[in-house]
Design a protein around this ligand. Structure first.
Ligand code: FAD
Length: 461
């Protein structure tokens, strides 16, 4: 009775959360069958569409995910938009358990006047553009200005700053898309300011990303010394990772560089700088061109200290001339199906250890469960936790495994009726091969296909 009596679980989303949840389930339960449904024809979520092109080592997790996808008790169904092509309730009827791992596809907005002007982009769209996310293909950001302002100081903000300022020779050896590479080759952006509401001790980036900025060829740092008043004194009380990060910032901002570094900085044609104690008030328009001409920032000061410090307005404002504004203040999960509980305040699915509240048989993992923070390793741990909760519920009888479930059989029939043709993992491998061979021709690890139509075309030939 292997196939009819084996527990059937489906997972919605094939990013790190989906794959790590599947991996743990398959490893810990010798009979469970896991089906992964993914909206796009291609797997891996933000590993493909978020992680910066110059971080190829981060993308090695794809090898582990591929092993999971090829496991006998795992199947991949790409090109299936859950909530639209099939409902969560339909999945719940077909499977013993459903795990939602569909990430955070929305973004937080600044909520300031002028946000809709030409020249203002969300980091989510900008990143999607250079990484080949089909929905961001048309973005074609205007890079004809000299100064870009990035709002937010997390790792995504630093990724964007680095991509904007990297020598094109470095980028052309990555899997960045060809249109992005061409646009960046003609970019006039020479100065990038990375703006935060709070001070140096509160920045959200990590040391690896800051070090990459400090060492970026062809660029020099441009900081404001006064922003670091009192920071040296605060060092001794900081936890170790934060202390090292702050020391690097202090060194970059305040220390007189050695001869070689001075020479390097003198030759640099592009600058970057962190700007602290500033909060966006309004994006300023150029009256003739109806596009971004600058940004008005409110000056803040800190109330309290350390991680918990709050930025309060001083009443002063400062205008910065710039033609490009990129807001990098966070991603946000969205509800995909009315039947699923959703906490719109914190933009997550309300859960206890991955069990969706008031929805037996429904689980969540990844950014949808925790909110959009944390690296892939964090997502891995929280996904393993969700898998453990699910397995506990199987063992304790909370999940009724006595009734046989039809799993993908009934869902495939529904999809066929609705004219939806899923993409299998071996179909994806065709896309993968085409991308890699196109990349080889131009010395890149891959040249991504940029539209869903082209992906589907390759998958079906
Ligand atoms: P996602 O990776 O977003 O996966 C969600 C998946 O669900 C996607 O494939 C999506 O297409 C699919 N989906 C969405 N809606 C539906 C639907 N309705 N039906 C079916 N499928 C659906 N971490 C690192 O460790 N190193 C880095 O260098 C790094 N860089 C990053 C850069 C950026 C710009 C960002 C945003 C994040 C970065 N991270 C990095 C963090 C890492 O990407 C996340 O921790 C991780 O991707 C979260 O996994 P997830 O599976 O929850 O979400």
């Amino acid at each position: 009775c292997f196939s009819s009596c084996s527990p059937k679980v489906c997972i919605v989303g094939s990013g790190p959360a989906g794959f790590y949840t599947a991996q743990h389930l398959i490893k810990a339960q010798k009979h469970v069958h896991v089906d992964i449904y993914e909206r796009l024809p291609v797997p891996f979520g933000l590993v493909r569409f978020g992680v910066a092109p110059d971080h190829p080592e981060v993308k090695n997790v794809i090898n582990t995910f591929t092993q999971t996808a090829k496991h006998l008790r795992c199947s991949f169904y790409g090109n299936v938009n859950v909530g639209k092509d099939v409902s969560v309730q339909e999945l719940q009827r077909a499977y013993h358990a459903v795990v939602l791992s569909y990430g955070a596809e929305g973004n937080r907005t600044m909520g300031v006047p002028g946000e809709g002007l030409a020249g203002v982009y969300s980091a989510k769209d900008f990143v999607g553009w250079y990484n080949g996310l089909p929905s961001c293909r048309q973005l074609s950001p205007d890079l004809s200005c000299e100064t870009a302002v990035i709002l937010g100081q997390g790792n995504v903000a630093l990724d964007v700053a680095r991509v904007l300022l990297s020598p094109v020779d470095m980028l052309k050896e990555t899997d960045i898309t060809q249109p992005a590479l061409e646009a960046l080759a003609h970019s006039q952006v020479r100065r990038v300011l990375i703006v935060g509401r709070r001070g140096p001790v509160q920045v959200a980036c990590t040391i690896k990303e800051l070090r990459e900025m400090v060492n970026l060829p062809g660029t020099r740092p441009d900081m404001v010394e006064a922003d670091f008043d009192g920071v040296t004194e605060a060092l001794k009380d900081l936890p170790r990772p934060r202390k090292r990060l702050t020391e690097l910032m202090l060194k970059t901002a305040l220390q007189t560089p050695g001869e070689t570094e001075q020479e390097r900085r003198d030759q640099a044609s592009r600058t970057w700088g962190l700007r602290f104690f500033r909060s966006p008030v309004e994006v300023l328009a150029d009256p003739e061109r109806h596009r971004t001409a600058g940004i008005r920032l409110a000056v803040t000061r800190l109330e309290g200290s350390g991680e918990a410090a709050r930025a309060v307005l001083t009443g002063e404002v400062e205008d910065v001339t710039c033609g490009l504004v990129i807001s990098s203040i966070g991603y946000k999960s969205l509800p995909i199906d009315q039947s699923v509980p959703f906490d719109s305040q914190s933009a997550i699915v309300p859960n206890t250890l991955g069990r969706v509240k008031q929805a037996p048989g429904l689980y969540c993992s990844g950014w949808l469960k925790t909110g959009p923070t944390g690296v892939i390793a964090t997502t891995m741990n929280n996904s393993f936790d969700t898998a453990r909760s699910l397995l506990d519920d199987m063992e304790s009888g909370v999940l009724d495994l006595s009734a046989a479930k039809s799993g993908s059989q009934v869902i495939s029939a529904l999809l066929e009726q609705r004219g939806v043709k899923p993409v299998s993992f071996s179909d994806w491998e065709k896309i993968d091969r085409v991308e890699m061979s196109r990349g080889e021709a131009s010395g890149k690890p891959r040249e991504k296909l940029l539209t869903v139509e082209e992906m589907l075309h390759v998958a079906r030939t």
